[in-house]
Design a protein around this ligand. Structure first.
Ligand code: NDP
Length: 529
């Protein structure tokens, strides 16, 4: 059987190709400075290197032979597969191989109109159903998703580029959780909002991105339906396929026709949905730029909106933190899903006294990350979602180098076909650098240092975003003091990227408006009479 080597651990290089200091050598053969105390390192680094170099992983590809995909997917309107009238067709590819997987119909203006009309016609009946019945449909959909989760995880990985391990162990369980959670609320809304009389908003247009296609669909559809609304959903152009599978599941679950309509298409389809006067709300997740445009388009129309936009989360590592765990937290914070995560911990702030040792350990950890075939169960970092996104990441990384930051990338080669980017660390960064200010949305992290908690908080809040943040320390009081000073919608302590359907998620400042999940998320799909 063919085998492949674990990445070799070569000396770190800076952007000029020279060996970079400090490297893990300072913690190799004797003792490491760890927050002031000397910690013995049991195994000499040379022995570790030799072991790593000799270790080989056999490929462990997930079998996709049981996955059923049609060659063409029309629009899903009024519970039926319908040909586009004024739209067209587009190919959808596998970003890991650039091979075409299927064709999907794109919706034109008339198609958007048909979908909105179908949703409107279905809404009254859906809202008048006993709430318990609405809940039963959601429970049924959740169970069908669980039953087909392996197939769905594979398609998510094939169409989006994310590692199968993440699609299987993170995305799909969260999708099911959101449906179960909101199914439970459907007949209990009067208890969720005691003393108030909640009623559905009506018909909701929902526009979702490509980083968590099925998860975002579940986050949007589950609360909307639980509250008695009907939906027109537009998936992202590059990741339509799991939404098409979801449409099949709605049919299998016997969901009444028109309750969920799914139309694919590009930005113009999204814009047509946003500008449709027949909608009562737009729920959007995506870039801040498009979110601002939606806000302008809806201003003064009386239509509601929630916007979940970009982020540039600070991930603060105090000197008293458990450093090995913090390094794992940094890796999970930025390299999960290739860094295509709005709440990614893309700005790491490390207390000066432990910065060298944390950076050294982080680089060492980077050398062990496997970049490659998303369907291989060994893979840590899969394919970048599209060529466009790869170009965007490359442009920003080049800007970081030109601005004088110091880059480190592990030396392992990338696959020759498909869209890949090596996990990247930037040290010697300044607050003014584009890579510190702008959302890169790729496997790229910037490192800054700080001396006092006040400086950490000031640097963390010095951004136009405010979606998430993370803090690592062993002092409970420091957790409370720091987290309450951070202007971010979600702050994790001694962990990162944890999600729960009962916890509201959303941002401050340019990271968005409104919350998804929990009671706050439910509220945004209701009006109160
Ligand atoms: P977009 O904001 O363009 O896409 C998000 C969704 O909005 C997609 O379904 C997209 O369709 C749709 N859309 C695009 N233009 C319009 C419009 N004018 N009106 C209504 N809907 C529209 O994000 P990109 O895919 O272009 O990614 C660009 C950057 O945005 C990333 O690099 C990242 O920084 C950020 N981003 C943030 C996300 C988050 O979770 N907060 C998610 C995705 C991106 P289509 O796919 O066809 O363009």
């Amino acid at each position: 059987m063919a085998t492949r080597s674990k990445p070799r651990s070569l000396p770190a290089k800076n952007r000029n190709g020279a060996a970079e200091v400090p490297t893990p050598e300072s913690v190799q053969n004797g003792v490491a400075s760890d927050g002031g105390s000397k910690v013995p390192v049991a195994v000499p680094r040379a022995a570790v290197n030799a072991f790593v170099n000799e270790t080989q992983y056999a490929p462990a590809p997930e079998s996709a032979d049981h996955v059923r995909l049609e060659k063409k997917y029309p629009l899903f309107i009024d519970g039926q597969w319908q040909e586009p009238s004024d739209g067209g067709w587009m190919k959808t590819i596998n970003p890991a191989t650039e091979a075409t997987i299927a064709e999907v119909a794109t919706a034109g203006q008339n198609d958007v109109e048909r979908a909105v009309v179908a949703a409107r016609e279905a809404q009254g009946k859906w809202a008048r159903l006993p709430a318990l019945e609405r809940g039963k449909y959601l429970f049924r959909v959740a169970r069908l998703i669980q039953e087909r989760s392996r197939e769905l995880a594979i398609i998510e990985s094939m169409n989006g580029g994310k590692p199968i391990r993440e699609a299987r162990d993170v995305d799909l369980p969260i999708v099911a959780q959101h449906l179960f959670y909101h199914a439970g609320w459907a007949d209990k809304l009067q208890y969720a909002f005691p003393g108030e009389t909640p009623a559905p908003l009506g018909v909701v247009g929902q526009i979702i991105p490509w980083n968590f296609p099925l998860m975002m669909a579940a986050w949007k559809i589950a609360p909307a339906l639980a509250c008695g609304n009907t939906v027109v959903l537009k998936p992202a152009e590059t990741t339509p396929l799991t939404a098409m599978k979801l449409a099949e599941i709605f049919q299998d679950a016997g969901l009444p026709e028109g309750v969920v309509n799914i139309i694919n298409g590009g930005g113009s389809t999204g814009a047509a949905l946003v500008n449709h006067a027949g909608l009562d709300k737009i729920a959007f997740t995506g870039s801040t730029e498009v979110g601002k445009g939606i806000m302008k388009a809806l201003a003064g129309t009386g239509r509601q909106y929630t916007l979940e936009l970009g982020g540039k989360a600070a991930h603060i590592i105090f000197e008293d933190a458990p450093l090995d765990e913090a390094v794992e937290g940094i890796v999970n914070g930025i390299f999960f899903n290739q860094g295509h995560v709005c709440c990614a911990g893309s700005r790491v702030l490390i207390q000066e006294s432990v910065a060298d040792v944390v950076v050294a350990r982080l680089k060492r950890r980077l050398d062990t990350l496997i970049v490659g075939d998303p369907l291989d169960k060994n893979t840590d970092i899969g394919a970048i979602n599209s060529r466009e996104q790869l170009n965007r990441i490359t442009t920003l990384v080049n800007a970081g180098i030109e601005e004088g930051a110091c880059i480190y990338q592990p030396p392992q080669p990338l696959p020759s076909r498909g869209f890949y980017f090596a996990p990247t660390i930037f040290t010697e960064t300044a607050q003014s650098h584009r890579i510190v200010q702008e959302e890169i949305f790729g496997p790229v992290v910037t490192i800054q240092t700080f001396r006092t908690p006040e400086e950490a908080i000031e640097k963390a809040n010095n951004t136009r975003y405010g979606l998430s943040a993370g803090v690592w320390t062993d002092k409970g009081a420091k957790i409370f003091k720091t987290t309450s000073a951070l202007r971010a919608g979600v702050v994790w302590a001694n962990t990162f990227n944890r999600f729960d359907p009962s916890a509201p998620f959303g941002g401050y400042k340019e990271s968005g408006v409104g919350r998804e999940g929990g009671l706050q998320g439910l509220r945004s799909y209701l009006r109160f009479e």
